[in-house]
Design a binder for this molecule. Structure first.
Ligand code: GMT
Length: 375
């Protein structure tokens, strides 16, 4: 198949999922075309089957807002015609599903019927999409997609609750290449960040309010009063300054490393002992899955789709949002005993294997085939 993929090419989960999906589809013999404003961060290899087409939005001083949807839909039409793309898979409803619908309409005028698959990722529904300013257009473009998928049962429920959706929503969960970690590292070089007796606690996100970074720091503060530990905070975002200030206030700056955005997530996870994800909400929690696949147990909140990913008492523990004390106790119960930590590490990997890329990507292929057969 010739498949077009539209996504946010950044460090966010939706872009990562879209990129990993495209790479895997190309390995399975499909021709994949990424159409976006920048080369996706995890797209390192552009081979015969993977192409990247940049959407350019010239800056024009007359416009207060540069019209990205317009440029994207024009580019989509041009690329579909040039490369004979058969199906378009858009990740994140805003504004991708909307631009895809416009492209579909323009192509229809030329006798080309392009099926659109829209994948909902979470913030496009729960945090942004349901805002009254966007809701009408988001509802419209979801309903006009040929197939709609959501990354968890929880997100499907939220979508049906918040929008008037007439379409079937397929749940296709996020996934992970569980073989990758084995291939990449045999030696984690843990000594670069911590001494042998120190535990390494990790959090990876775009440091937005919804991630509750203050809770991450408070949980770590409590842990390090009982056990020697270091905190790795990976990512950039609007809450970073507040997080730095809190570390200073608690007197733990020497034990907290702000690593910024990283291309070495696998390496960081390789030497981590525990992953913290106390988010206000998460449609899925891809970062937790990546941690588990690397054998890192997860201490998380129980909101949104997280309980579908992190198995309580097996791959880690879940607690109500904001319950820092319970999260601390859960973390200590894993770290305090070496054999418990070893067991949880093993179990985290087993739990992650339920989301193996080779199980999930065929589900998308089946959806593409189904939409094509109806055209
Ligand atoms: O929440 C983020 O940090 C980014 C956001 C995105 O759109 O990339 O993540 C959403 O999509 C991810 C991939 O499907 C999910 O794993 C995240 O849980 C989801 N974030 C939220 O629902 C808050």
């Amino acid at each position: 198949m010739k498949i077009g993929i539209v996504c946010y090419p950044t460090f966010g989960g939706s872009g990562v999922v879209a990129t990993e999906l495209g790479i895997e589809l190309s390995k399975r013999g499909h021709e994949v075309h990424f159409i976006t404003y920048k080369q996706p961060v995890r797209l390192e290899l552009l081979g015969n089957n993977v192409h990247f087409h940049e959407v350019n939005v010239p800056k024009y001083p007359l416009f207060h807002y540069q019209p990205y949807e317009l440029a994207l839909s024009s580019k989509l039409v041009d690329m579909v015609k040039l490369h004979k793309i058969e199906v378009l898979h858009v990740h994140y409803a805003i504004p991708h599903a909307y631009a895809a619908y416009m492209a579909k309409k323009m192509l229809l005028e030329e006798g080309i019927n392009l099926p659109i698959v829209t994948t909902l990722h979470g913030t496009d529904i729960t945090l942004v999409g349901s805002h009254p300013f966007y809701k009408t257009a988001v509802t419209f473009s979801i309903n006009k997609s040929d197939a709609v998928t959501a990354v968890s049962e929880s997100l499907k429920k939220d979508t049906l609750r918040l929008f008037d959706i007439k379409k079937d929503i397929h749940v296709v969960t996020n996934f992970i290449d569980t073989g990758k970690q084995k291939e990449v590292f045999s030696d984690c070089q843990r000594g670069m960040l911590a001494q042998d007796h120190e535990f390494i606690i990790t959090h990876i996100s775009n440091l937005r309010k919804v991630k509750r970074i203050q809770d991450v720091i408070k949980i770590f503060y409590n842990i390090q009063t009982q056990l020697p530990a270091k905190l790795m905070l990976v990512g950039e975002g609007p809450e970073k300054e507040k997080a730095e200030a809190l570390c200073e206030q608690l007197g733990i700056t020497e034990n907290v490393v702000f690593l910024g955005n990283s291309f070495e997530i696998d390496r960081i996870l390789c030497f981590s002992d525990l992953f913290l994800l106390p988010s206000e909400t998460e449609s899925f929690g891809l970062a937790a899955l990546e941690a588990m696949a690397a054998g890192v147990p997860v201490i998380s909140s129980n909101s949104g789709g997280i309980p579908e990913v992190n198995a309580h008492g097996y791959s880690g523990f879940l607690s109500p949002v904001g319950d820092v004390d319970a999260m601390t106790q859960n973390a200590l119960s894993i770290l305090k005993d070496k054999s418990t930590l070893t067991t949880f590490k093993k179990q985290a990997k087993v739990q992650a294997s339920k989301f193996d890329i080779h199980e999930i990507v065929p589900q998308y292929e089946a959806i593409y085939n189904e939409t094509l057969s109806k055209h």
